[in-house]
Design a protein around this ligand. Structure first.
Ligand code: SAM
Length: 382
């Protein structure tokens, strides 16, 4: 089996095996499949990795075909994958498979794979290996001539077998909460309540496809919080259409960028600007905030705060992810990254816009999106 691997990976694995001659090795791959990665021992196909017993192998080796690797290399050259590095870096399956790998590996066990990343700097995605309760050491063996590297992840510290067994489910849940926007709705939900018992009038400006506000119509949320009177605004007609289809009973208004808002003074109790400001040029932000506070009593601003990441590595990753996230919106990362402000920068903008901060609530990074966020509650200065 080792002979079938890329030379840099097989040489690295052989060296590793010299230090662990009795290691039980499982080859996984050649690529991800629905339902998880399957293992192979020689010619024998094993069950899905997720179904393997905990603590059952000393070494896992991902056997990737040249074809998959070449595709990944090309994709990376075109900056197709947001983080470069491991081509499955941001996919849920990759993260979930890592969780399965951590479950299957014994204490001190090693996970080897090949990537088109060529240095540790490009291996930013491996910060995803920092699952909350696990601890991996990452070693990169570059093969500059061929533009690939072998990567070895060693599981340093084991959590209890029970924690490891639960890891895939915990990780899957975390990914789901990020992608469905639930964790951001949970962050603003306490401020979407009306003490008078009347329906709260909410404006979600820049609502995207409506997934954030769809949580206000979740049966359990409705049962606990009651009905809210929700209006959504979006400048992208396609997204507005999707929001309207998703949220049948809410009004979705399509506006043009920079146009005055078609709402009365004080028409809303709360205006939400969720991840909207950093997608706008600096020059338009004060006007947007002025309109928000004209039509709403309180303004909730959700923003990315990559500078708030705890360590230098985490900050590097957070800035990189923030920069690359502009690309799918058709915005040039190099133009827009300077508009992502620090906490001081946002505070300065709010001050200039005659808004006072009632509260600033940090929202930690998640496994799926490793950028810290912040929720600012604002109102007009008195
Ligand atoms: C990053 S998305 C956030 C979507 C949603 N708020 C969420 O958090 O899931 C930003 C959205 O703001 C919209 N947007 C940006 N500028 C706008 C403007 N001037 N008027 C209306 N929508 C705008 C964009 O089209 C995009 O859908």
């Amino acid at each position: 089996m080792l002979d079938a691997l890329h030379p840099v990976l097989s040489a690295s694995v052989r060296r590793s095996l010299e230090e662990m001659p009795d290691a039980e090795v499982l080859f996984i791959g050649p690529k991800e499949e629905i339902g998880g990665v399957k293992g192979m021992l020689g010619e024998q196909n094993l069950q899905s990795l997720r179904q393997c017993a905990p603590d059952s192998y000393d070494m896992l080796v991902e056997a990737r075909s040249e074809e998959v690797l070449a595709g990944a290399w090309e994709a990376r050259q075109n900056r197709f994958y947001p983080l470069g590095g491991h081509e499955f870096s941001l996919s849920n399956d990759f993260i979930i498979n890592l969780a399965s790998i951590s479950k299957v590996l014994r204490n001190g066990g090693k996970f080897w794979f090949l990537t088109s990343a060529s240095s540790e700097d490009e291996v930013l995605p491996f910060s995803f290996l920092a699952l909350p309760h696990l601890d991996w050491k990452v070693e990169v063996v570059p093969d500059a001539a061929n533009g690939v590297s072998a990567v070895c992840c060693t599981l340093n510290k084991h959590a209890s077998a029970d924690t490891l067994r639960r890891t895939p489910a915990v990780v899957a849940q975390e990914c789901l909460e990020e992608m469905s926007r639930k964790r951001y709705f949970d962050a603003i939900r306490p401020y979407l309540k009306n003490s008078t018992g009347e329906q709260l009038r909410v404006l979600d400006f820049g609502c995207g496809d409506g997934s954030l506000m769809s949580w206000a119509f979740d049966p359990q949320v409705l049962a606990e919080d009651g009905q809210r009177d929700i209006t959504l605004v979006e400048s992208n007609p396609e997204l507005a259409q999707r929001a309207a289809a998703r949220l049948g009973s809410a009004e979705v208004v399509v506006t043009e960028d920079g146009a005055p808002w078609p709402f009365e003074d004080g028409q809303f109790d709360v205006v939400i600007l969720a991840f909207v400001l950093h997608h706008m040029p600096l020059s338009g932000r004060e006007l947007l905030l002025a309109e928000s506070v004209r039509v709403g009593r309180e303004v909730l601003v959700l923003e990315d705060l990559p500078d708030a990441a705890a360590t230098l590595d985490a900050r590097r990753l957070a800035w990189h992810v923030t920069q690359e996230h502009f690309r799918p919106f058709g915005q040039d990362p190099d133009d827009y990254i300077s508009g992502v402000l620090s906490d001081d920068g946002w505070r300065h903008l709010f001050d200039e816009s005659s808004l006072e901060i009632l509260e600033a609530v940090p929202i930690p990074r998640s496994l799926r999106y490793p950028v810290p966020h912040v929720l600012y509650r604002l109102q007009a200065k008195s």
